[in-house]
Design a protein around this ligand. Structure first.
Ligand code: ATP
Ligand code: MG
Length: 237
């Protein structure tokens, strides 16, 4: 569902992503982990079409993201690493603005917003301006707006940051259900316990290169290792 073939991206002289090849399947939750500055956000921005690779190809659901960006974006949800959104709009106005961009029909839109706002306990605040929202509330608005067009491929950059325990629980449940429906979730996180419990496969990136990729069993460096010890072993090396 998401395919990166020898993808490279530099900022000036700094090579942020270096020959990255990844194949994310339908029906899986894929966790993308790595130290600060490893290249996770840069990779995610190339998947969603915000940055163009210097070399290599990214396809989503079979569509080349650089050649057919609009078609590719139709099938994706993108949650960026920080919820920087239009503060003067209300939560509902922002979600409707995004729903307009994706041409979501009125009845479906209403149904989805009601369901998602209920799940994330945000219904009461949706008519207030976003400038009055806490960080977590902004994160919830971003999540709802990302999911309002019912995308097949979810691309989430540290989606759990700032969410309260209940919302985090609900989001993890939704991620699992999405994968079980045969669709795809790709997300980055620093919370290795979450990755360990939630992911079907994990990719570890360091200094722009993939250092390991597989199921937790495949990645284990010893019989009693956790994802944390595996991560520290692999990244230290
Ligand atoms: N806009 C930019 N201009 C210059 N360098 C950048 C820019 N964005 C990222 N970088 C550099 O690219 C590298 C990868 O950054 P990236 O944000 O992809 O890392 P990350 O894995 O998402 O890190 P974190 O875990 O801290 O979110 C880092 O060395 C960073 O300094
Ligand atoms: Mg990042």
């Amino acid at each position: 569902m998401i395919r990166l073939a020898s993808v490279t991206k530099s900022y000036g002289h700094k090579r942020a992503v270096d020959g990255l090849t990844l194949d994310i399947r339908a029906g899986e939750i894929f966790g993308f982990i790595g130290p600060n500055g490893a290249g996770k956000t840069t990779t995610i921005k190339m998947i969603v079409g915000l940055l163009q690779p210097d070399a290599g190809v990214v396809t989503v659901d079979g569509v080349d993201v650089v050649r057919e960006p609009i078609t590719a974006k139709r099938s994706m949800a993108y949650v960026p690493d920080t919820p920087d959104i239009y503060e003067r709009l209300s939560g509902m106005q922002f979600i409707n603005f995004v729903a307009d961009a994706y041409a979501v029909p009125e009845d479906l839109r209403r149904e989805r917003i009601t369901a998602l706002a209920g799940t994330f306990d945000l219904a009461a605040a949706l008519s207030d301006p976003i400038e009055s929202y806490s960080h977590g509330m902004r994160q919830k608005v971003v999540l709802i707006s990302a999911l309002v067009h019912a995308p097949r491929v979810w691309v989430l950059d540290e989606p759990l940051v700032g969410l309260d325990p209940e919302a985090a629980f609900e989001l993890k449940k939704m991620m699992r259900e999405h994968a079980e429906a045969g669709l795809t979730v790709f997300f980055s996180t620093h919370i290795l316990e979450v990755a360990e419990k939630l992911c079907d496969r994990v990719g570890i990136i360091a200094q722009g290169k993939l250092v390991a990729c597989g199921t937790l069993d495949e990645l284990r460096t010893s019989a009693d290792s956790t994802l944390e010890t595996t991560f520290l072993d692999l990244v230290d090396r």
